[in-house]
Write a protein of this length. Structure first.
Length: 383
C-alpha cells in the first residue's frame, strides 16, 4: 500500500521521464497564486467600495475580512501573504527537482541563490530603492521575506530528504516558540507576546538598521523570518504530494484536506498559549495559515485538475502566471489614476453613490487586462 508522504527520491521525477519531456503544469497552482494576488491588485479595494455602496451584513463582513488584524487574531486578508509563500514552496519542488535531475545540485543551488538575490533587490526597489536618504531604505519587506524564504527552503529541499525537511520544520517552529517564550526581553521579561514587548520586536529594535515599517520594528523583521521559512516548507510538502505520480488525483485532495485540518487543529490549540499573530509570524500563525492554504489548494486542485473545470479560473490563471510582475506593476503603474481618467469626473457622477464602485471595478479590470495581455502574448516573466 502506498503511504504519504513518500520518500523524496520517489517523488521528484519519475524514472521513465525523458530529459526533454516537459514537466506537467498544474493550472490549479497558477490559479491559486492568481486568486491570492487578485486581492492585492484591486480585489480588496473593490470589496471596500462594494460595502460603501451597498452596506449590509454580508458586505460588511466581507469588508472586515479585507482588513488586517491589529495584532492577535486572523482575518482572510492576513492569509494573503503566507498563502503566497506557501505557493512558492509548492512551485520550488517542481522547478528545482527538474534542475537537480538534469544538471545536478550545484546548478540548482546557483539557481536558488540568483533568484533569491534578484527578488531581494526588487524588494529594495519596490520600497523606494535608493531614491531617498540611506535611512529610508527598507532592508526587510514583503519581497525580501519571500526571497529569504525561497532561499532557505530551496536549500533545505536540495540537500535534505523528506525526513530532514520535517526536522527542519519542527526546529524552526518549536525553536522560535522557545526563543519567544523563554528568552527575556530587557525591561520586560520572558514570554510576553504584546507589540513592542516581545523578543522579535526587540531584536529588530536593536539589530535591524535603517527603515522599519512600524517605527522601531518591522512586521517582516529578522527573527520572524525563521518561522516564515516554515510556511514555505509546508508548501514544499504539498508540492511533493502533487508531484508524486503514484498517488491518484482524488487521493491527493484527501491528503491535502486532511493535512490542512490537522494543521488548523494543532495551530488553534497551540494558539491558546502562543497567540496567532501575523506581525511576528508566530508558529501558530504558520500552522493555521498553512492549514487554510492546504485546504484552498485542495479546492483548486479538485475543481481544475480532477473535475477539469478550468474556464471559470482563467482570470486567476492569467494573474498567477505573472504574479510578481503584477505585484510590481501595481506599485509602479497608477491603475486607479488611469481608471479615474476613464470613468472619473462626469461618468463617475452619473453613477451617483456607485461612482466609487465603478472606479474600483475598472481598476481591477485594468489589472486583469494587463495579466491577460501578458498571458496571451506568452510573456511569462519569472525570476
Amino acid at each position: 500500500m502506498q503511504t504519504f508522504p513518500p520518500r523524496r527520491d520517489q517523488t521528484l521525477v519519475p524514472a521513465s521521464l525523458p530529459p526533454d519531456q516537459p514537466v506537467k503544469r498544474f493550472f490549479s497552482i497558477d490559479a491559486l497564486r492568481g486568486f491570492d494576488m487578485f486581492w492585492i491588485v484591486g480585489g480588496e479595494e473593490f470589496i471596500s467600495k462594494l460595502n460603501a455602496t451597498f452596506p449590509n451584513g454580508v458586505t460588511n463582513l466581507l469588508a472586515v475580512q479585507m482588513t488586517h488584524t491589529v495584532w492577535a487574531g486572523l482575518t482572510f486578508y492576513d492569509l494573503i501573504f503566507p498563502l503566497f509563500v506557501f505557493v512558492v514552496g509548492v512551485v520550488l519542488v517542481f522547478s528545482l527537482s527538474r534542475i537537480i535531475q538534469e544538471k545536478g545540485k550545484a546548478v540548482a543551488v546557483r539557481r536558488v541563490l540568483v533568484r533569491a538575490v534578484l527578488l531581494y533587490l526588487l524588494g529594495i526597489l519596490y520600497y523606494g530603492g535608493f531614491s531617498g536618504t540611506i535611512g529610508n531604505i527598507r532592508l526587510l519587506g514583503v519581497l525580501q521575506r519571500i526571497a529569504l524564504c525561497y532561499l532557505f527552503a530551496g536549500l533545505i529541499f536540495i540537500f535534505f530528504r523528506r525526513r530532514g525537511m520535517v526536522v527542519a520544520l519542527v526546529v524552526l517552529l518549536v525553536g522560535y516558540w522557545v526563543m519567544m517564550t523563554l528568552i527575556p526581553v530587557p525591561g520586560v521579561g520572558a514570554g510576553n507576546y504584546a507589540e513592542r514587548m516581545n523578543l522579535a520586536n526587540y531584536v529588530d529594535r536593536v539589530y535591524l538598521p535603517l527603515f522599519k515599517w512600524d517605527g522601531d520594528h518591522d512586521p517582516e523583521g529578522i527573527l520572524s523570518t525563521l518561522p516564515a521559512i516554515g510556511t514555505c516548507l509546508l508548501g514544499a510538502f504539498a508540492g511533493l504530494l502533487l508531484k508524486n505520480e503514484t498517488v491518484r488525483g482524488q487521493k491527493k485532495v484527501f491528503w491535502l484536506c486532511g493535512a490542512g485540518i490537522a494543521a488548523l487543529l494543532l495551530g488553534y490549540l497551540w494558539g491558546l498559549q502562543f497567540p496567532i499573530i501575523k506581525k511576528i509570524w508566530t508558529s501558530t500563525y504558520v500552522l493555521v495559515a498553512g492549514g487554510y492554504s492546504s485546504l484552498l489548494l485542495a479546492f483548486f486542485y479538485q475543481v481544475i485538475e480532477v473535475w477539469k473545470w478550468k474556464k471559470w479560473a482563467m482570470p486567476f490563471i492569467w494573474i498567477g502566471s505573472n504574479a510578481v510582475v503584477l505585484y510590481l506593476a501595481y506599485n509602479f503603474i497608477n491603475f486607479n489614476g488611469i481608471a479615474q481618467r476613464l470613468v472619473g469626473g462626469p461618468v463617475k457622477r452619473l453613477f451617483g453613490h456607485g461612482g466609487n464602485l465603478l472606479v474600483a471595478t475598472v481598476t481591477v479590470g485594468l489589472s486583469i487586462l494587463l495579466a491577460y495581455f501578458l498571458y496571451r502574448k506568452k510573456l511569462f516573466i519569472r525570476l
